[in-house]
Design a protein around this ligand. Sequence first.
Ligand code: TPP
Length: 576
Amino acid sequence: MEKKIMLGNEAFARGAFEAGVKVISSYPGTPSTEVTEAAAQYDQIHVEWAPNEKVGTEVAVGASIGGARALSCMKHVGLNVAADPFFTAAYTGVTGGLVLLVADDNGCHSSQNEQDSRYHGRGAGVPVLEPSNAQECKDFMKYAYDLSEKYDTPVLMRSNTRISHSRGIVTVEERQERELKPYEKNIQKYVAMPAMAKKLHVAQEKRLNQIEEDSKDFPINRMEINDKKIGIITSGICYQYVKEALPNASVLKMGIINPLPKALIKEFAEQVEEVYVIEEGNPFFEEQIRAMGIPAKGKGMFTIQGEYSANMIRKAFTGEAPECVPAQEDAPGRPPLLCAGCPHRGLFYILGKLKKTVMGDIGCYTLGALPPTSAMDACLCMGASITMAHGFEKAKGKEAARDTVAVLGDSTFFHSGITGLINMNYNQATGTVIILDNRITGMTGHQDNPSTGKNAKGQEAPAIDIAQLCRACGVEHIVEVDPFDLPAVEKAIKEETAREELSVIITKRPCALIVKQPDIPHVITDKCKNCKMCMDIGCPAIELENGKPVIAAERCVGCGLCKRVCPFDAIEEEVK
Ligand SMILES: Cc1ncc(C[n+]2csc(CCOP(=O)(O)OP(=O)(O)O)c2C)c(N)n1
């Protein structure tokens, strides 16, 4: 058997491959994205990017009804978007095995919150599995499909940033090809209307109870009895921290985390003197274990915030922790910035200059909120820019809201912006929506989307024309501009926000990382009056040297935006 070093997410994909999965439909979201990207390398699997997580989940449900093993992957907040099909699929159950993979982000490395998906699994009443290393990512995936088919239920596979993004040695095996399970019409099972749903709910509760009872024998749980003074109940990445910090402690490592393997927990608690629960996030295990009458300690010692570490656990138990090398105190702060050459920069420069109120959204462009452009007022969740701008207008009245615009990216528009735009048209809004079409899903690492002309496997696909789509949503006034053509951007914003009707501005320029600029760096000449206007665009290639701006040639991609904002023609292309 071959061994490979794999990222947790690659191992999940390998597990799906070996389990004979046929259909994967996902929406990107850090830290889950690479599962779908890695799976797209396998010819035997149909892999697609869906426009959002609800669509991806429903495609997977359809594939499962059709008899195939299916998967949908998403980040934690994506599960909110998919919650509607997810909660009811938990009633209907499956034909082919169905797994939803959700990756949490403890520590908010790349997310707007630290939402704990375990509650969704419990709320929906489905089994939740949580691996603790790359090998388990692969093995648990295969186990999840067996569970799904055995108990007729979707399974939630829970990961997080550390599990998804760390590498480990994985033993790979052959794919087990699976015949499609025959489709049989069964409206009692698949038509979730009230009369059926009541019965389905009863069946769902029964199977969950059965899973709980059987879970004491699941090989994915492990009891390690060592020193009996300290007994730790844990799962996932925290297991690794515990083993490093307290190698002599007794540990119950749970692989299934909903329903909790209660019989094992009881058996473990009886064997150790003190029970501790170590889990990142909320006291999900602790509260349930305490409700079993076990006086477990947990959040009294540990925070619900951020990520844990071996050091933090060692310190909590022994009062001591090895010295960490402190961060260099005088190291300069490095706030995140739009890339050099990013097309979004031109738009935010003008929005800042015009002092617009900007209802923002999630994508690379959220960085427009930070200095020096400081051109964003709110950012909530994907698609919310359009709907927040609409609510703002309805609250304040059309005149007072005239200086307000919504700003969102192309992928975000497809994800959940379209319905907001339809709502604006239907409810007679007069505002302006700006769609930043950089022809890619930039923030999550360049996934294709319905307007890029390519599918998840990199093959040609139909490309939706965003302007036509907006027109079909009822918008009559649509302007397309190059975001680096600053006078045109300014004109469009002024004219469209002055309008009495709803309008859309589409800024069109590909992401600087997909279309290489000519690569001719710019230089600042003697004509420079040190007005520092070029610093206002926040380009990472422009810095101050002895109080004067200079362009760092190694970072400059030659986009020329600085040249366009310089009032003294002091920026020129470098002649080599
Ligand atoms: C519900 C949800 N799903 C996924 C994500 C992850 N995510 C953040 S922004 C984004 C898309 C960004 O692409 P786009 O709108 O095209 O803007 P760009 O980054 O290219 O500027 C994604 C997928 C998220 N934050 N929330």
